[in-house]
Write a protein that binds this ligand. Structure first.
Ligand code: NDP
Length: 277
């Protein structure tokens, strides 16, 4: 029989590591699936996705810049996707309904807590940024039970709005400007896109020096600008977002197949592929 078909859709898409990750998951779990890259025109995401499903495709990962359009396309959303306002995982059910999930946030929580052994329960967490990645991360982070999450963003009203969107919970969620950050944080998460340009969010070096653990959602062959700077500041616990990438993929695979692949060997393999380029 022919494999069930999945794909990642984005623009650009050539750089995506998702096909390699999902091929490894399929090999490990024995699931009979095929996984491709699809380049959608910037004004053509919805048509591309509908054509894929009409042609028998079973599920899609969605990446930049289409996560908001994927949110609009879904007939039914998971709670975390509804909260994030963005969808990175789509699938079609037997009745032809399109479901949308956001697995980015649970991806970073699993990487921090399970792979890296960072204690989130009871922690004081600094979340830098209030864009799509920060939005997706907030609810899963709250669910991990930190004592406090402070959200800081260049455009401060966006941090304020995101903090207010966090549902009532035991976790205190507040907003601050980059300049107004105070106290020691157990975990600092960079969800700004500054590392893409080799830049830094303008926060005090002392925050990084004193931090228990510093995480950058961006990843690459070399340490990101943010992680390199945190190391210079004296922080010893550092990780980039490659583990998050693999964990969000594993959660999407689980959405689609009901089987949860293991991730440790895949993270190591993709890390080695990055280094070899
Ligand atoms: P968005 O464009 O939605 O958000 C960008 C964020 O960065 C905003 O908060 C923006 O602030 C801030 N920002 C941009 N430039 C600057 C600057 N010069 N100084 C300070 N703040 C700045 O991007 P995403 O949320 O989608 O992505 C953020 C990062 O996360 C990217 O590096 C991306 O690669 C990474 N990512 C990694 C994933 C993984 O699996 N590892 C998954 C998803 C994302 P403002 O609101 O003021 O504009």
């Amino acid at each position: 029989s022919s494999p069930d078909r999945y794909a990642v859709v984005g623009n650009p898409i050539a750089h995506s590591r998702s096909p390699q990750i999902h091929a490894r998951f399929a090999a490990e779990t024995g699931e009979h699936v095929a996984y491709d890259r699809i380049l959608a025109p910037l004004d053509g995401f919805t048509v591309t996705a509908r054509d894929f499903f009409a042609g028998g495709g079973r599920g899609l990962n969605v990446t930049v810049p289409f996560k908001l359009e994927a949110f609009e396309l879904a007939d039914q959303l998971t709670e975390r996707a509804a909260h994030a306002g963005a969808v990175n995982t789509l699938w079609i059910d037997a009745a032809g309904r399109i479901h949308g999930d956001n697995t980015d946030g649970i991806g970073i929580v699993r990487d921090l807590r399970d792979n890296l052994g960072v204690k989130l329960a009871g922690a004081r967490v600094l979340l830098l940024g209030a864009g799509g990645a920060a939005r997706g991360a907030l609810l899963p982070l709250v669910d991990a039970g930190p004592a406090e999450i402070v959200i800081a963003n260049r455009t401060e009203p966006k941090a304020e709005e995101l903090a207010q969107s966090a549902r009532a919970a035991a976790t205190r969620v507040t907003a601050a400007g980059f300049a107004g950050l105070a106290g020691r944080f157990d975990v600092v998460i960079n969800a700004t896109s500054t590392s893409l340009d080799g830049d830094l969010p303008p926060i005090a070096d002392a925050l990084l020096k004193d931090a228990g653990f510093v995480y950058d959602m961006m990843y690459g062959a070399k340490p990101t600008s943010f992680l390199a700077h945190a190391a210079i500041c004296g922080c010893a616990g550092l990780a980039d977002g490659l583990g998050m990438l693999v964990e969000q993929a594993a959660e999407s695979f689980f959405d689609w197949r009901g089987v949860r692949p293991t991730t440790g060997a895949v993270i190591a393999a993709i890390r080695a592929e990055l280094a070899a380029r």
